[in-house]
Write a protein that binds this ligand. Structure first.
Ligand code: NAD
Length: 329
């Protein structure tokens, strides 16, 4: 059985813990959080050991890998601690909250040749594979995506994770949320050189707690020529996350929340549903890569994830400069 350690026992770690319970031959055996009570809670629920210090956990437990679920400002030291000990890592997105941090972290990963998977779970959705197959070798005219989230006007975030509402820490809606769908755009249509974006405080005014624009619109053209627009609002009462892909004879909408792919393909109407759990899939690909040494099973390497980070940072810069910005990698 693969013995996995969990670093960061907050909100998303629960989803990883549930997904891990459905993995054959792997389990979380140790839990670490700087807030020791959270590590203890997880350890008591899942019958593991609790730590507040990562180095102690890694020294005392004979682990086969770690999953990192800390906020994006805590990555480099944790990745280094695991990589130095030769441990494979599955790290939640985003890979960092600045390019400087990402480059430093990448150097460490390269130095130790660490296996690192970044948690872009949509890449593992079977419906994404289906969409990829449906559009293979067919020119795509445009992509339109939107992401709505109940964040700035949801008291839960203010009460349980204020770092989320601070743009200097979370990166705001583009770096924290849109990165999922923009990474998927890169996965399907390739890299981007230049972006243009506008942002505004349309739902909640800026204040000392809330410093990220809640509403953002983005436009860019991929290097492969596809025109892309993304709209984001993280002050909407529902959660919506979808991607529309249109060409001369087809138009598909992938609803990433409902996990439904609908559309038309010439005379044919398409509706596909597949609720495969993305967290479970990304974990199982990473676990299989650990077992077999086959790194190609990991669909999002750290190096590639940094390109999605760079795209999001360019969008944030464009919002501020009110000009088109180049994507720096
Ligand atoms: N893939 C997804 O769909 C998805 C969804 C939600 C969040 N996330 C990502 O997961 C990460 C965590 O988000 P969250 O909502 O769970 O945040 P959270 O604030 O609820 O939990 C983070 C936890 O990390 C702990 N922590 C901070 N620094 C630490 C350190 N150095 N060592 C050990 N523990 C430390 C905190 O005490 C906290 O308990 C973020 O990067 C976020 O973007 C991903």
């Amino acid at each position: 059985m693969l013995r996995i350690g969990l670093i960061g026992c907050g909100k998303i770690s629960r989803t990883h813990r549930e997904a891990m319970k459905r993995q054959a031959d792997a389990a979380f055996v140790a839990f670490c959080d700087t807030d020791f009570a959270k590590a203890q809670q997880a350890a008591s629920e899942d019958a593991g050991a609790a730590y507040s210090d990562v180095d102690r956990m890694l020294d005392e437990q004979a682990l086969d890998g770690v999953i990192i679920c800390t906020p994006p400002m805590f990555r480099t030291e944790l990745i280094e601690a695991a990589a130095r000990r030769g441990l494979p890592i599955l790290c939640e997105k985003p890979p960092a909250n600045s390019l400087e941090m990402a480059r430093r972290t990448q150097e460490i990963i390269s130095q130790y040749n660490a296996l690192v998977s970044v948690g872009f779970l949509f890449r593992y959705y079977p419906l994404v594979d289906r969409l990829k197959a449906l559009i293979r070798d067919r020119p795509v005219a445009y992509v339109r995506s939107r992401y709505l989230g109940h964040v700035v006007n949801n008291p839960v975030f203010e009460q349980t994770k204020t770092w989320y509402l601070r743009k200097d820490l979370s990166g705001g809606p583009i770096l924290d949320q849109a990165i999922h769908v923009l990474d998927l755009v890169r996965y399907l249509f390739g890299d981007v050189q230049k972006v243009s974006a506008q942002g505004a405080f349309r739902i909640r005014p800026s204040d000392t707690i809330n410093t990220a624009e809640d509403t953002v619109t983005v436009q860019f053209t991929t290097c492969s020529g596809v025109l892309v627009s993304h709209s984001h609002c993280w002050g909407h009462y529902r959660w919506v996350d979808e991607l529309e892909v249109t060409g001369a004879e087809f138009s598909f909408v992938l609803d990433l929340n409902a996990q439904r792919l609908r559309g038309v393909d010439g005379p044919e109407e398409i509706e596909l549903n597949d609720t495969t759990n993305g967290f479970e899939q990304e974990q199982s690909a990473w676990l299989e890569a650990i077992r077999t040494g086959n790194r190609s099973l990991v669909r999002s390497t750290y190096e590639d994830a940094v390109k999605s980070l760079a795209l999001c940072l360019a969008i944030n810069r464009s919002m501020e400069s009110q000009q088109a910005e180049m994507v720096a990698v």
